[in-house]
Design a protein around this ligand. Structure first.
Ligand SMILES: [Mg+2]
Length: 263
């Protein structure tokens, strides 16, 4: 097992490009999760994708023959709730331009939805967006109401090609209002901080694993966690040459975490 795991109480894993590529698992997930359990390491999952609900992720894990629980999955909606709660500890009413799933998650963090006198404007990927909704949110932001957004990903991959992601609507609102949003998802540290809070552990006790340097690895670094890049997704060894600071570990595959490197 890699020596870094000796000091690790939990791993926070990106999913696409780490555990699977669309419907193809990248390793034996059952064996991977058993190995974590054997070594008394808790495991959580962190994604910027707010399109799927937590339950849809649980379903996806089922198709690979493994069971995970709701509390193990962190989305950019959860990161947004966490960030809002940090800035507004008493909760309150916010104006939401986003999905019903985002609205439901924010409610769990004590933030209700309103179209009048919001304490903040919260944006995310919105499949029912209309000119009226963009205009309404933009007017609140121009009036000086703090502006938050789930994640900056411009697109998301589908079998037909790349479709407009949350970042498309982020750009729309920022252009319309002339104000930059406070981002909750990766590469900001909040999704990882929300995970640390759930587990009650310190940042240095967690290892963040991902396949993208500019989101997973940067976000994990900003949260103060150790980081591991896997080469099964977007980033290559070539990309590492120009990237600072280097991740603590580079793995050909996530399962290599348990290779014996102690000599
Ligand atoms: Mg990924």
């Amino acid at each position: 097992m890699n020596t870094i795991l000796n000091e690790t109480k939990a791993v926070i894993l990106d999913m696409d490009g780490v555990l699977w590529k669309s419907n193809q698992p990248l390793c034996d997930l059952k064996l991977l999760f058993q190995s974590f359990t054997e070594h008394h390491i808790q495991y959580l999952f962190a994604t910027n994708n707010a399109l799927r609900t937590v339950n849809q992720y649980i379903e996806k894990f089922h198709t690979f023959g493994v069971t995970v629980e709701e509390w193990q999955i962190l989305t950019s909606s959860i990161a947004t709730g966490y960030l809002l709660a940090k800035d507004f500890p008493n909760g309150g009413a916010v104006h939401i331009m986003g999905s019903k799933a985002l609205e439901a998650t924010l409610l769990e963090y004590n933030f209700t939805s309103t179209d009048e006198n919001p304490i903040a404007v919260v944006g995310g990927l919105d499949m029912d967006v209309s000119y009226e909704r963009i205009a309404k949110a933009s007017l609140f932001i121009q009036a000086g109401i703090p502006f938050y957004f789930t994640n900056p990903d411009a697109t998301y991959p589908t079998p037909q090609g790349f479709l407009p992601g949350a970042g498309t609507f982020l750009a729309t609102l920022e252009t319309a209002s002339g104000v930059r949003a406070k981002i909750a998802g990766k590469p900001q540290p909040f999704v990882f901080e929300a995970g640390l809070q759930r587990l009650g552990i310190k940042a240095c006790e967690a290892l963040v694993v991902g396949d993208r340097l500019e989101t997973d690895i940067l976000g994990g670094f900003r949260a103060g966690c150790k980081t591991a890049l896997v080469l099964t997704g977007v980033a290559s060894r070539e990309d590492l040459k120009t990237w600072k600071p280097s991740p603590d570990l580079v793995l050909d595959n996530i399962i290599n975490l348990f290779d014996d490197t102690d000599g």
